[in-house]
Design a protein around this ligand. Sequence first.
Ligand code: AMP
Length: 278
Amino acid sequence: MQEIAEFFRRAGKTVGFVPTMGFLHEGHVALMLAARDECDVVIASIFVNPTQFLPNEDFEQYPRDFLRDFYICKQAGVDYIFNPSAEEMYGANFKTYVNVDDLSEKLEGKYRPGHFKGVSTVVMKLFNICKPHYSYFGQKDAQQVSVLKKTVKDLNLDTELRICDTIREDNGLAKSSRNTYLSEQQKEDAAVINKSLQSAKEKVLANSFTDAEEVKREMIEMIEIKAGEGSVQYIAVTDNELLNDIEDLKNFKGDVLVSLAVYFGKTRLIDNILFTKK
Ligand code: AMP
């Protein structure tokens, strides 16, 4: 893969890269099409990365279907699929990790300790293997974007990140490979997540909420009617760079990120909304 990437770089071609864990959907395809639009060569990786799953998480269960993914990549105009095995990526004696301090421990990191260390490490490895000029990520995973932007900046990585909007179902549910775990009823009910985010945005922009606690209270109320009491794991109202809590919403100016994790049955869903308060 390195030889192929290097060949194109030397030929003066721009290399675009879309890292994924496979079981592809329209969210992944949007990233591939953005890469196709901007780059001469498009590489997609399909790798369910073991180091970003906690021991009690769904690594084994995570949906996999290479043939299906292969045809989706082909349709989206991907030139190369990088599909390594875990042994190839980590070997028997792997010792080197990348971790973004503080940022990795916030929001998702509180509930998934070690997750972002796995993410930044594998993405660093994938960048070194695929040598992209441009790399494409989804806003769906907002904290992943913040963590990777910081990795790129702090370690002077020679790739530019391109962030694409979250692609949603008609009812507003963010597309996710994990949506395959949901029943039809749960998929319908989970539309409330985006509804609550939209409502939070409208009210924050209209200055109807003075502090973040009010935002959270209303969202929890809306969501838990559908998902059940105690289903919301967290809701955070933060800036979009260092992910620090915004307490005084009324006087805050800048990008506001409202993000959350919620359980529908055993399935953990994450989503977010990003907007600017002037
Ligand atoms: P994953 O395969 O879930 O690790 O996701 C691979 C890439 O696709 C990541 O950059 C995700 O943020 C992005 N992605 C996943 N779901 C969506 C979506 N619904 N809309 C846009 N991007 C997405």
